[in-house]
Design a binder for this molecule. Structure first.
Ligand SMILES: [Zn+2]
Length: 400
């Protein structure tokens, strides 16, 4: 599976060819189209020589069914991280990408491309194409730095999808404005952004107020829902920063000076390699959940042992239980998959209190954690649909 390639280049920048504003090029699509009419050797020659490969319109059915992209994204939490990075080459332009995380915690690139610059028109166009390819999923959200064009374009293209700020970028702004308070408050701010309960959030905010009330006012003005997980209208999970896209940008340093076409091709190959190694890893996963989340679950189980004596878990209905965790009481509802500590519903993974309840009832955690973390879902992301085409000569079908 290769991610969708979207470009809005308005100059003739492709070696020997031309891409014009609004064109979409799906690289593997291009290869496949050539394959249909010629043979595969010629198709690869055309691509490698940097000759014009033609400009292909996004054909939803064709592109999506060929790459299984949409189905892949459907197996991930609907959290999309976008970012732009200036190209330092002669050709200028900005590299943009949209990604998410798979259920093992690996980056899954969904779309990438080059736009002339980070302006409203370019970002709006990028999101329009993204929406056409991936649809609008329930409880979807978009995370990025606070680039105004991104924020504006998200609200233009998606009427109900919220945009969240990368908490690191927001804190950088605080640094620029309130340098002195910044270092004292940094740790408190990050804990506040990740707080699971109102009590936790309020007590941290009180501390901020004591150190520098202007920082509190600034964060209030930015909108709590933009940066604090507790106030987010949809679950943003662990995606508090846009650093997953930044690691893509970091991986591109060596190819950023290439001509645009070569750059896009290098990116395509790099993403292909990532997907291939992630697929290999998941095929060799024999635990119930993907690596990262299996480790978290194991940690939660270890923490639950202090609550496992039978008298610490008190049932009130079949699903509702109160758990005594060192004198603090937590309510766990197995039916709604919620715990009053806030973690069960946000992490979609059994928290220590849920573990205590599950153990008291001799239940396994599989049914109480998100399917997204299970290898059987992850493997679907990387399952590439086999496309068969007739070779013409002997009528034998071959895999492309
Ligand atoms: Zn809990």
């Amino acid at each position: 599976m290769y991610p969708l390639c979207i470009t809005t280049i308005d100059k003739e920048v492709v070696a020997g060819g031309s891409l014009i504003q609004g064109d979409i090029v799906q690289m593997d699509e291009a290869v496949q189209r050539y394959n249909f009419n010629t043979d595969s050797t010629l198709a690869l020659d055309v691509v490698n020589s940097g000759e014009p490969i033609g400009v292909f319109e996004l054909d939803k059915d064709l592109t999506i069914s060929k790459t299984n992209q949409r189905e892949g994204f459907d197996q991930c939490r609907p959290i999309v991280v976008v970012d732009g990075s200036h190209l330092k080459s002669y050709y200028t332009g900005t590299f943009v990408s949209a990604s998410t995380l798979d259920g093992a915690g690996h980056i899954l690139p969904l779309a990438y491309g080059i736009i002339d610059s980070e302006n409203d028109a370019a970002w709006t166009w990028f999101f329009e194409q993204f929406k056409e390819a991936y649809g609008e999923r329930e409880s979807m959200c978009i995370v990025s730095d606070r680039n105004e064009s991104i924020i504006k374009s998200v609200s233009r293209v998606y009427l109900t999808v919220p945009h969240f700020a990368c908490i690191w970028h927001l804190w950088n702004n605080v640094y620029k404005k309130f340098k002195k308070s910044h270092s004292k408050l940094s740790e408190i701010y990050f804990s506040m952004a990740k707080a699971y309960t109102q009590a936790e959030f309020d007590s941290l905010m009180e501390k901020v107020e004591k150190v520098d009330i202007r920082v509190k006012e600034y964060l209030e003005l930015a909108g709590y829902e933009k940066w604090a997980r507790l106030y987010a209208p949809v679950n943003r999970g662990w995606t508090m920063m846009s650093n997953i896209v930044e690691s893509i940008n970091a991986a591109l340093v060596s190819v950023r000076e290439l001509p645009i076409y070569d750059l896009l091709e290098e990116v395509r190959k790099m993403f292909g390699r990532w997907n291939c190694s992630n697929r290999k890893e998941v095929l060799q996963t024999y635990t119930t959940f993907g690596k990262k989340y299996q480790e978290m679950l194991t940690l939660n189980e270890a923490m639950s042992t202090r609550m496992t004596p039978w008298y610490k878990v008190v049932p009130s209905t079949e699903y509702l239980h109160t758990v005594n965790d060192e004198g603090r009481h937590y309510t766990v509802c197995l039916l709604e998959k919620k715990c009053s500590c806030g973690r069960f519903q946000v992490d979609e993974l059994a928290c220590p209190h849920t573990w205590a309840v599950l153990k008291s009832k001799f239940l396994m955690p599989e049914d109480y954690c998100s399917d997204y973390y299970k290898p059987k879902s992850i493997v679907l992301i990387y399952e590439v649909q086999c496309i068969l085409c007739r070779t013409g000569k002997n009528g034998i079908y071959q895999h492309i």
